[in-house]
Design a binder for this molecule. Structure first.
Ligand SMILES: [Mg+2]
Length: 399
């Protein structure tokens, strides 16, 4: 565990976000792609989902999470690539190593972005802004890739900053400028304001952060619940959340709210399998293993229950995580046929993956599962969410 030295005064938080990461890595490894609309994650036949697009492709309106079929219509001359997750993970680790040359307080948000708390190393390297430039330059010089950087006194503002002038952006948001920058932004830019909240707020004429702040706090809480208090703090650029280094990262989870409540056991298990596979993939992508698996279930009456189980040996395997999730659903939840409106899987107690490899390679069954996971990660990379390992069980479907 890292202990953060006592720092008084404002923190220096960086958010570093790689620009068009997967596509940029493809261009890096094949310079003939430079300047071309590169689309990673779909096939030229229009199968799968786009997971990244170069800025040249974005100019045609292509973006991630779009179906490849749609991307082809928008950008018929696009270069479609399957993607190579192992290569992206390799580069992601190199980027992480650069970060850790400056501070141990690195919290990855995904394979290509992270928060860094550089407060404690300013005496060594200079201001947060200086450190941000050093990191951006090292990524450019050593890895030949482009990152955008946001610098601020907290996570919320730093992340906002890195997004303001992409690609190759560098934005410092000083505390005294935060209110002014935030005021003009659409309300959806505040963390925790999703599409539903945006619509609800829209009915009250709230479209920007400024509109929201104009509503007295008491009224906002009445209308939008206790969460409004937290939103008002974000709206003025106040955010005290610490940067949590990756090995202390709390959890990785996915959940689904059904359009219609589901009671059928097999149907629930299929959804659960899919979620467990997704969580396992994210655990692998971030280089973790998880010791604890938690099932979350919400009934039609909104009562919500969680059930957890800890594994003797931490894992990032789809089969192991899925089996624990199934066990929790079928034997620990006590559902007794009642319908669910939400189901979720979370992996927690995370640790770095490499520490368990000795144990892993001792067990031929685990080696086989691991190879299958790696293969499925590649397949997923190519076909997106169309295929997942959990849905069809190698042991056959259970009633
Ligand atoms: Mg990015």
């Amino acid at each position: 565990m890292n202990s953060t030295p006592e720092i008084t005064g404002p923190r220096s938080i960086l958010h570093v976000d790689m620009d068009a990461f997967y596509a940029s890595v493809e261009v890096l490894d094949d310079p003939s792609l430079k300047g071309k609309p590169v689309i990673v994650g779909g096939t030229p036949e229009g199968r799968g989902v786009v997971s990244a697009a170069s800025y040249e492709a974005r100019a045609f309106g292509v973006h991630s999470a779009m179906s490849a079929a749609r991307a082809i219509k928008l950008c018929p001359d696009g270069v479609f690539l399957r993607g190579r997750m192992d290569r992206y993970v390799e580069i992601s680790r190199q980027i992480g190593a650069i970060f850790r040359d400056f501070t141990p307080l690195v919290e990855p948000l995904s394979i290509d972005e992270a928060f860094l708390d550089v407060t404690g190393c300013r005496r060594l390297f200079g201001s947060g802004e200086k450190i941000g430039h050093l990191i951006q330059d090292r990524i450019a010089d050593e890895l030949h890739l482009v990152a955008s950087v946001g610098v601020a006194s907290n996570k919320f503002l730093a992340k906002l900053g890195s997004d303001l002038e992409k690609p190759a952006g560098f934005v410092v948001i000083a505390d005294d400028r935060a209110r002014e920058i935030l005021a003009a932004l659409p309300i959806g830019r505040l963390w925790g304001v999703g599409k539903v909240s945006q619509q609800e707020m829209g009915r009250f004429g709230i479209r920007t952060v400024k509109d929201f702040l104009a509503v007295p706090e008491k009224l906002a809480v009445q209308q939008f619940g206790d969460h409004a208090r937290h939103l008002r703090q974000l709206a003025v650029g106040y955010d005290t959340r610490p940067v949590i280094p990756s090995h202390e990262a709390k959890s990785i989870g996915n959940e689904i709210t059904f359009g219609e409540d589901i009671s059928e056991a097999l149907h629930l298990q299929e959804v659960l399998d899919h979620l467990a596979d997704k969580v396992a993939r994210r655990v692998r992508n971030q280089g973790f293993v998880a010791k604890t698996i938690t099932l979350k279930a919400r009934y039609s009456d909104f009562s919500t229950f969680t059930r957890s189980e800890s594994l003797p040996v931490p894992t990032d395997g789809s089969v192991e995580i899925r089996d624990v999730a199934r066990q929790l659903l079928n034997h620990k939840l006590g559902r007794r046929g009642r319908a669910l409106r939400l189901i979720g899987v979370t992996a927690s107690n995370l640790g770095p993956a490499q520490e368990t490899q000795g144990e892993l390679f001792a067990d031929p069954h685990k080696i086989k599962n691991r190879q299958l996971d790696q293969l499925m990660d590649k397949v997923h990379d190519r076909y997106g969410d169309m295929i997942s390992r959990g849905v069809k069980s190698p042991h056959g479907r259970r009633k």
